[in-house]
Each structure stands twice: as C-alpha cells, then as structure tokens.
Design a protein around this ligand. Sequence first.
Ligand code: NAD
Ligand code: WQD
Length: 341
Amino acid sequence: MPGKKILVTGGTGYIGSHTVVELINAGYEPVIVDNLSNSSPQIIDQIMKITGKKPDFFNFDLCDEKLTRQFLDANPDIEGIIHFAAFKSVGESEKEPLKYYKNNIYSLVNLLLASSERRMNMVFSSSCTVYGEPDSLPVNELAPVKKAESTYGNTKQIAEEILSETARVNENLKVIALRYFNPVGAHSSALIGELPIGVPQNLVPFITQAAIGKRGNIIVFGDDYDTNDGTCIRDYIHVVDLAKAHVAAIKQLEGEPVPFDIYNIGTGRGNSVLEVIHAFEKATGEKLNYTIGPRRPGDIIQIYGDVTKAERDLSWKAELGLLEMMSSAWEWEKYIKQNPL
Ligand code: NAD
Ligand code: WQD
C-alpha cells in the first residue's frame, strides 16, 4: 500500500533531496516539484540509488500560477507540502531584491492559493536569520524577530507572516515553520549533498573546496569578535538530522495541530569558525591553510538555538556531531570531483 503523498517543492535541492530520502525511509510517497534553477535532475537517480525508489518529479516554476494550480488539482491525494523552493543567497538578494521577493514570496502565495480549498498540512523552510543578533543565547522561538539584515532574510520573515495569517483564517491549512540554523554535511552514501554552483558563500562548502584544491586558502572573516577564539559562532546541524526533523513535523501535522507553529531546528550547541576548521582537519586528516581576513559585513557574532521545543513536541533531536558533519561533507566533495552532477 503506497504511503501518504507529500509534495516536496525544491526536492532536488540540497535539503529537499535529503528530506525526500528520509520521507521514503519513513514510508511516505514524496513527489518533487523543482524548476532546476539551483539543482540537477540527476539527483533523482541518486535518490533511487540510495532508497531503491524513484520519486515522481515535475519540472516547473512554482511562480507559474496556472501550472501550480493544474498540478495540485491533478493530485488531490497530496496530503502535505514541504516547501523548500526558494533562492537562498544573502549576497545575491542584496543585488537583486525583486528577484528574491518574486521567487520566494510568489511561489508560496501560488501554493497557498492552489491548495486553499482543501485540507493541507505545510512544513515551511524558515531560517534562524529571522532572529538577527539575538539578545540572549540560546535563542528560543519566543525571541523577537528583528528587522532582517538582508532581502533574503526579509523574504523568510514575510513568508512566516503570510503563513501565520492565512492559517489563522483558513481552517483547512495547518503550518509548521522550521527555523533552520546552519545545515552542513551530506548523506552517508556520499551520493547527495550540497551542489557547488558558483563560488561558495558558506563556510563548509568553501572548506571542502579548498581542501580538494578547487579554491585557495580559506579566509576567516575576522578573529576580533567577543568570542573565545575571536571568530563567529554558529549552530551547525547535519543535513540528515535536519531532513528527519521535516518528517517529524509532517507527522505532528497529521495529529491535531494548532494552525501555525514555529520550531528551532539546530543542535543547541555553538561552534566557532576555527573550531569548524579544526574539526574538519581532525575528521579527515586533511590540513587546511587559512588566513585571517577582515570581518564580513552583516555577520552576526554568535547564535545557537534552544531546541527543547522540537525535542518535546516533535520527539526529534539532532544526533550527528561536528566530526560526522565534516567527514560526510568531505566524502561528498571527493565524490562529485569524480562524478560531476
Ligand atoms: P537549494 O537551492 O539547494 O534548493 C532549493 C531548490 O528549490 C532548488 O533545487 C531550486 O532549483 C528550487 N527552486 C527555487 N525556486 C523555485 C521555483 N520558483 N520553482 C520550483 N523550484 C524552485 O537550497 P537549500 O539549501 O536546499 O534550501 C532549501 C530551503 O531551505 C530554502 O527555502 C532556503 O531558504 C532554506 N534554508 C536554507 C539554509 C541553508 O543554509 N542551506 C538555511 C536556512 C534555510
Ligand atoms: C558561517 C561563519 C562567516 C565563509 C548563511 C545565511 C543564512 C543561512 C545559512 C539560508 C560566519 C564565516 C564563512 C568563509 C568565513 N542560509 N565564514 N569564511 O552566514 O551563518 O548563514 O547561511 O537561509 O541565512 O546567512 O553561514 O556559512 O556563510 O558563515 O570565515 O569563507 O563562517 O563569517 O561567521 P551564515 P556561513
């Protein structure tokens, strides 16, 4: 008997593909919609190699109102949506704000309009970026949402407000927003991971590309912050743990959920940039060369999450540590060097 059908938008992307694997492992039937604007169709074959199942995949832009409605009308048995599809580059969003407002907001509004007449559970990809520089740590879900430092962060704040207000008036819609901290690493098979499109903006892909020789020395963006070793602190979470949190959220929505709820998804621990670099060296045996450079504008000094709400309500807890995050990221980097996707 096939499992419950779940629409995974952005399902050939980094976090979406790992979540499709965990949905299949949990007995669900994920269906992917992705316009391949930041991913490869070969990821579908990789998911097949991992799970033995090839998810249905539809290639279209969720900003297309007609195609989105036609798809949902043709799939009345879709019981839930996990909405990953968005653009995620902070830097690019500053240069092209309208591109981000259109894609990240309009795709969500289209999904909500096309599913508004039916019972729908939605898990939404939000981000700890909505907290800005927290006033106290660890930051919990009641902390104030601060004025976004970037257009990208603002699209996440706006999306949360759209979902909260829509779920309040539409009893058909139940929503959980997951505020991710810093997803890193790759599946243990090394068959899926974060696709390196362009120069990495994030720390861990830059580390693995530097280690494999695709980049020069790592530049540590500032070591004069008020932290133990002077570098910024983040809550890094293994992408597989993050993927499993989405399955837990979908299960929570199958019960008697409130209209809208928010959960921090992190480890509850903070690690500095230098601690991540040293963890990579310890996990892989690779020596990393780095230099200390100037601070990166917009960087917050430190953030890590209070994740007790997700542990309590979703019965979910991150299990993988920094060494596993680093070793899996390295195995993936070596895999795609030999097998470009
Ligand atoms: P990703 O770019 O790897 O995946 C996003 C996928 O969505 C891509 O496959 C892309 O082709 C697709 N997509 C984008 N716009 C689309 C559209 N209009 N129609 C159809 N498909 C579309 O990114 P990711 O790292 O997997 O992030 C997934 C979600 O999680 C995003 O919403 C992102 O903002 C959020 N998030 C990511 C991080 C992170 O550090 N990676 C942290 C917090 C939140
Ligand atoms: C982590 C730390 C850098 C690269 C971003 C987005 C956020 C979310 C996750 C989407 C920082 C330092 C980095 C380098 C460095 N994405 N660094 N040298 O900035 O916490 O979050 O990705 O939702 O919205 O803002 O992650 O990996 O870019 O940086 O020293 O070459 O590593 O200064 O302290 P960040 P990051």
